[in-house]
Design a protein around this ligand. Sequence first.
Ligand code: FES
Ligand code: FES
Length: 173
Amino acid sequence: MSTHRNVSLTVNGTLHEKEIEVRLTLADFLRKRLGLTGTHLGCEHGVCGACTVLVDGRSARACLMLAVQADGRDVTTIEGLAPPSGEGLHPLQEAFRDHHGLQCGYCTPGILMTLVEFLRDNPAATEDGVREAISGNLCRCTGYQGIVDAALDAARRLGAADTATGGRGRDAP
Ligand code: FES
Ligand code: FES
C-alpha cells in the first residue's frame, strides 16, 4: 500500500499541490511543509483548540485531521486573517489588541479562528454565546475576560463594517 499521495488544496487563497505522507496531519502539513507556523500545537489530541483552522469555512482541529482529508478543500489559517494587502488587521485582531485579549499568545490563533466562524454565523453575539463558542479553546493566561470583551467589541466592529459596505463586511475570510 502506498504511503504517499498527491494532494491539491488551497491555503489562504494559494493553491498547493504536494506529495505527502498519508499519515501527515493537517497541522504538520501547514507548519512543516508550508511554513505556516501560526497554527499552534498544544495537546495534539483535540482538547486545547490551539490548532484550530477553517476548512471550507468551518472550524476544524488541524491536529486531528489528516492532510489528505483536506485534498480539494479550502483552508484558512491565522496567516490568512488580515487583509491580503498587508495593511492593517482583521477587526477581531484589532479588538484583541485593544482589549488585551492575549498574553503569551499561544492560544490566540486558535481562538481567533474559532471566533471568526462564530461571529460570521452569530452577528448579534452575546457574552454567553461567546463563552460557549470558545469553551473548546484553552487559555492558561488571560482568565478569558479580555477575550470575551474583544469578541463582543469585534462583533460591533463587524456589524459597523456590514452597515458601511452593505453586507460585505463579513465576507472574508
Ligand atoms: Fe489540536 Fe490541541 S493541538 S486541539
Ligand atoms: Fe497564553 Fe492564552 S494567552 S495561553
